[in-house]
Every structure is written in structure tokens, then in C-alpha cells.
Design a protein around this ligand. Sequence first.
Ligand SMILES: [Zn+2]
Length: 541
Amino acid sequence: MHPPAPERHPYENQDPASMPHDMGYGCKMVDGVMHVYTTRNIMEKSTELELPYPDLQEYIADMNMMMALIINGPVKSFCYRRLQYLSSKFQMHILLNEMKELAEQKKVPHRDFYNIRKVDTHIHASSCMNQKHLLRFIKRSMKKYPKEIVHVERGKGQTLMEVFETMNLTAFDLSVDTLDMHAEVMADLEESKYQNVELRLSIYGRSRDEWDKLAQWAVTHQVYSSNVRWLVQVPRLFDVYHTKKQLCNFQEMLENIFAPLFEATVHPGSHPELHLFLQHVVGFDSVDDESKPEQHIFNLDSPLPVNWTEEHNPPYSYYLYYMYANMTVLNHLRRQRGFETLVLRPHCGEAGPIHHLVSGFMLSENISHGLLLRKAPVLQYLYYLAQIGIAMSPLSNNSLFLSYHRNPLPEYLSRGLVVSLSTDDPLQFHFTKEPLMEEYSIAAQVWKLSSCDMCELARNSVLMSGFSQGVKDFWLGPHHTKEGQESNDIRRTNVPDIRVAYRYETMCEELNLITQAIRTDEQETIREEGSLCMGAGQKEK
Ligand SMILES: [Zn+2]
């Protein structure tokens, strides 16, 4: 169950000379996407490497096609009915098998909900601690470092002491992105042993050195735990930086985000800390308030990133496309070198327009929130069929967007969507030092989830997480990538085989239904065409 601990600290060897060699490639961003050339001198077009990425025109065409599909009346009612059927079918499954599931779980020695692996699939590093952690941290810092400059306002530094004097003591609006804080949270995680987190750290794309600074912070302070993987969140704040004259056009932002990653991949020794840090980064997140109005609809007439110099922000779909396109090129390159690749796991469908979920469907590995799928049957059915994971945070939703009782999580889960529970911002929403357990516990109470449901949620969280296949082999069993019952090892997951088999059979049935429908549709078209031809032929006679 426990993967072996690394023999050396993963950040120990920082010697650039011992890192993989410099490939000598050159990189240049063209129309918002990085291109790679076999020489540093990129004047010769012939030296460009073939690293394909999704074509812009195709993306827009597919997006429009999907937009038409999700508002098509007959398609909508078909999907709605399938989803209703999936709910009813699950109810039937529970009526028939609840006791059998429970019996299967009881037969497994040692394993219970407490000691199965869970991953908090959506949590922001800046608020990953709870209020008690933070309070303790601030009190300790006050004692130890009262003279430290912690805040700069209008060019003037303030010490921790002064901040507290000028502020009412009840407001703890300080930056807490400091070592001890995370160390404390990580220590708690390691102590609890079965809980893991995928923390979001920010890269803003305002300047070229952000990645190096972040990596230096992680490596210098050895901010690492085997219970933690990092996701990098990029806030969609181009309009703000543009207004402040920090960026001239959108391509500059993309270059700031991606150029250092390409450099560190081509020549790891040129960014040694970043090279090490990237081994623990599993992907990108895209964050901001989705309910902000969007001024622009992404289409073929939209300005290219280098020409995006307007005051307003590019739309969600635009951000996602350019992030994904660059990640695809980067991943080709990293895969060639045997380095870890990155996936896209944006915040999506928490609020705002429904088309965010269309872009999310087309480009994401999995998404966070997905609340609005409850209003979009076609998309919900597609997310089910494609088994795109959804990290849901009902406590966070409850304080921001949707009351707990109306949260669609239990409905999604019953239908077989890949749902996991996550905390989002423990500092705001949770009280204990085990916020993820709090999240599970409340969900179980409010929605009367069975022990089997809880273990299925936990298994989903591991499956959709960015932990390596090797680690997942230990947590879920060595066959977890296979299909159906065979993929499950109840001794590790505590999920009964009956449940896993039910999900698999149900999915096969849905896929069968659709392929069958396509086939009969094709046959009918052929028959129609045939009869038309015959009719025409007969007339000629
Ligand atoms: Zn979030």
C-alpha cells in the first residue's frame, strides 16, 4: 500500500552539470504558440521540429459544432432521458445490492474508510491551512520576527509589528506564502498518512522570472512532501496587467508563462531549480471568477495573441486554447526527453456562461466545480461518457454560489460521473486540521452516503489525481488501469467489486446504445439512398 520513500531528498542534487544535456534547440512564439527549432538560430524555417498541436480553425469549428449540439432540442431530450435512466438504474442497483456491497467491504481485513488513500484534488496553497494553523503561525512569527519587513505599501516597508499596530488585530490579511506555514500543513498531512493534496501555486505571466523565483523558493526551503503534488494556476487577469501597463499584448503573457518551461526542458542546466521543481508539478489550472461578463466571443476573426491589445480580457475559451496549445507542444518535447508531462485541469463551470464547460470538455484532463452541468444535460451526458473527472467542493459552493442542499454532487455520483470531493480553500471553509475529512464527513451526513459511496469517491480522487502510475499502483492496486472489476483491488480501495462492475457494465450499455444507433442510422441512410437510385433508374426505363 505504501510506495517506497525516495532514498535522497528530491531537491538534493542541484548541480547543473549532472542534469540532462542541453539539446541546443531554439524556441520562438508564433501566433501565440511556441515553436521549436533544432538550432538556436531560428532564422532557418527548415530547422523547425514537428511538434503538432490542435489547429485553431479546427478548435473553433468543433466548439461551434458543440454549441449547436447542446441546444439542439431532440439531442437535449435524449440526453436528459439517458441521465434520468442512469439515476433510476443506480437506485435499482442499490436496492438489490446494498447489502452485498456492505458484506464485501466487511470481509476485507484492516481496510476501512480511514485508511484508504484520498487526494484533495482541488485546493489552493495560499489558503490550504486552517484558521488555527494561521493563528499559531502569526503568533509564533510575532514572537520570533517582530522586526521583519512583511508588507510594502507605496514603496515603504512595514515590519510585522507595525502591521499589527496599524491594523485591527482581527484582520489577518497577510501574505502567508511562507515556508513554515506549508511545512506545518505538510507535517499534518504526513501524520495523517492517507491524505494527499494537489496544491495550486500561482504563475501570473507578468514577468519572465516568475517560474525561477517559485522554483527557488521550493528548492531552497525544500518545500516537498510525498503527500503533495503541485498544480500551477494561472489567473485570467490579462486586463488588469494591461491596464497597469505591465503587459502590452496577450502574447507577452503567454511567453512569460511558457518560455521558461521550454528553456528548462531544452537545457535543464539553465534553470536547475525549475528543472527539479517541475518533476513535482502535474499540471495547469486556470482560475478567476467565471461569472465576470465576457465582452468577446472567440471566433476566427478574433485578434491573435500578439494583436490582443484591447482593454478587455480575452474570453475563457481563448485562454484555455492557448494554454492547451502551448502545453501540447511542451509535452511532446518533454516526453522525448523522458520528463514528466503536464495536463490541463481548469476551474470550470462554477458560474458564468455554459460555453466554459464546452472548452473544458474539449481540452481538459478533468475540471474543478462543474456545477453548471446540472443545467446542461447534453454536456453532463458527454462528461459521463468521456469520464472526465470533476473535483467538487460543496462547502465552498455553499458559501459562494449554491446552497449545500442543491449541490448536484449526489446526482452526478449516482449517474456514474467521475466525481471527487475537494476542499478548495480550507482557510475559509473548514475548521479542523483535516479539512478533507471534514468535507467527506459533511457530505456523508447530509446526503446519507454509504460507506461504499465514500470509498468510491476516494478512489475517484486518486484516479483523477496527478500522482504517478507507480504511486497509484500502490494505492489502488497494480491493475488499476484495466477495465471493469479487474481494475479494482478491494484490499486497497475498499470499494466492492460489485460497484465497480456495475459502473463498467452501465457504461458499456450506454456506449452500445449509441454505436448501435449510429449503425442503424447509417443503414437507413444507405437504404434511402439505394431506393432513391432505384426510383430514378426505374423512371429512366
Ligand atoms: Zn478553487
